[in-house]
Write a protein that binds this ligand. Structure first.
Ligand SMILES: *Cc1c(COP(=O)(O)O)cnc(C)c1O
Length: 424
């Protein structure tokens, strides 16, 4: 159906039938992806299932609004209502995390990190962050990323015997390299960082402390992980991981850094804010303030502990011996398997997770998390079942396709979204 100036006006609400009529090919992809998400086990540690309310805000006419600048100081007219939406998101984020200031405009976690560096550093400055092979993120100094190109990164690691951050090493490296900033955060570290220790080390050398809480911020919101806000100069986070909001970033900081952080987001590193996403962040922060989210966050951790124990019983070697968070990393070499082969066997069974580097090992391991399956309503008994299914798939039991059906039956017992009418 061609869109013309005379096209009939339709209701604005996210209307999947409109997409099916306009673009059946793309609509078919959406339905197939919905089916993929709901018939397998989504164990990618950074993923979750966001609520229908968040999806409705994302599919709203706020997507049409240009809003460069900040509430009350925009470069465009007609921003009165989106200003209110952004103020709601900011106020809810500040209240949720006890922060003096929040910027809810970063398009992603990486954009938030870019803005944090832009707010506090000059190109060429030295930064101390977790080394990439130990669990640092691309934005922590990868040569393939702006961070590694524009700043001089030094990496700290984890102890060979325990897998835990070695704070003596962090302090020694800080004293040796005198970084302008220290970054605390990881894509795979399954334990709580000692934010007070990082603060002390940063103060000792006069460095800023940037906490990249992209992964644990949802646990923080639910009171299931320590809050870095009182310790950090700037906290960067994503809104789409355990926090369960729309894809995006958020920055929290003290009032005195508010102006620098805001200017670093707009106009320095971004243009107009995505007001539909900002509104969806407001919805997600509201959801995360409710008692049900406290229960959710604690169940995420309980599930991760149960799953880690189940994986250990299947012969995987769990890094640090367990987890305090939603994250698990595990070595599969005890099963005489390469991580890539392991991921392939699991994928064939409908179990989706990542491969990641392992500290002090040449081999890669598996990285998984429990945020999405917990949103589905799964609890400890299902984690034990998932551990058994993973063990069976890794031993090659799924090669006849038998496990795929079992995984689908387990997932079908915990539906996330109502099926689309007429779609089977
Ligand atoms: C996920 C993640 C990011 C980046 O988030 P994107 O939204 O993918 O840009 C940054 N830092 C850490 C530690 C992360 O885990």
């Amino acid at each position: 159906m061609p869109v013309t100036a005379a096209a009939p006006r339709t209701h604005w609400s996210p209307d999947f039938d409109a997409l099916r009529r306009q673009d059946p090919e793309l609509a078919g992809l959406v339905l197939a992806e919905l089916e993929r998400q709901s018939t397998g086990l989504q164990l990618i540690a950074a993923e979750n299932f966001t609520s229908p309310a968040v999806l409705a805000a994302l599919g709203s006419p706020l997507a049409n609004k240009y809003a460069e600048g900040y509430p009350g100081a925009r470069h465009h007219g007609g921003c009165e209502l989106v200003d209110l939406a952004e103020r709601m998101a900011v106020d809810r984020a500040k209240a949720l995390f006890g922060a003096e200031h929040a910027n809810v405009q970063p398009h992603s976690g990486s954009s938030a990190m870019l803005a944090a560096y832009a707010a506090l550093l000059r190109p060429g400055d030295t930064v101390l962050a977790m080394g990439l092979r130990y669990g640092g993120h691309l934005t922590h100094g990868s040569p393939a990323n702006f961070s590694g190109r524009w700043f001089s990164f030094t990496g700290y690691g984890v102890r060979r015997d325990t897998g835990l951050i070695d704070y003596d090493q962090v302090q020694a490296l800080a004293r040796e390299h005198r970084p302008a900033a220290i970054v605390c955060g990881s894509v795979s570290y399954p334990r709580h960082p000692d934010y007070a220790a990082f603060r002390e080390i940063a103060d000792d050398v006069g460095a800023y402390l940037i906490v990249d809480a992209a992964h644990p911020i949802g646990l923080v919101a639910g009171g299931a992980a320590p809050n870095p806000v009182p310790y950090a100069d700037v906290v960067c986070a994503t809104t789409h991981k355990v926090l369960r909001g729309p894809r995006g970033g958020v920055i929290l900081c003290r009032a005195e850094l508010a102006g620098r952080v805001d200017r670093a987001v707009f106009p320095f590193t971004q243009g107009g804010a995505q007001m539909h996403t900002v509104a969806a962040k407001a919805v997600a922060f509201g959801e995360a303030s409710a008692p049900a989210f406290v229960a959710y966050a604690h169940q995420v951790v309980a599930n991760a502990r149960a799953l880690a124990a189940a994986l250990a019983a299947e012969g995987l070697s769990v890094t640090t011996g367990g987890t305090d968070t939603h994250l698990i990393t595990a070595d599969v070499s005890g099963l005489a398997l390469e991580a890539a082969t392991a991921r392939g066997r699991l994928a064939a069974a409908g179990i989706v997770l990542d491969v990641c580097g392992l500290p002090h090992e040449a081999a890669h391991g598996l990285r998984l998390g429990t945020a999405a399956v917990t949103t589905q309503g799964m609890r400890e008994p299902e984690m034990a079942r998932i551990g058994t299914l993973i063990g069976a798939a890794l031993r090659g039991a799924g090669r006849d396709g038998g496990l795929r059906g079992e995984v689908a039956r387990l997932a079908a017992g915990f539906p996330v979204y109502a099926p689309y009418p007429g779609h089977t």
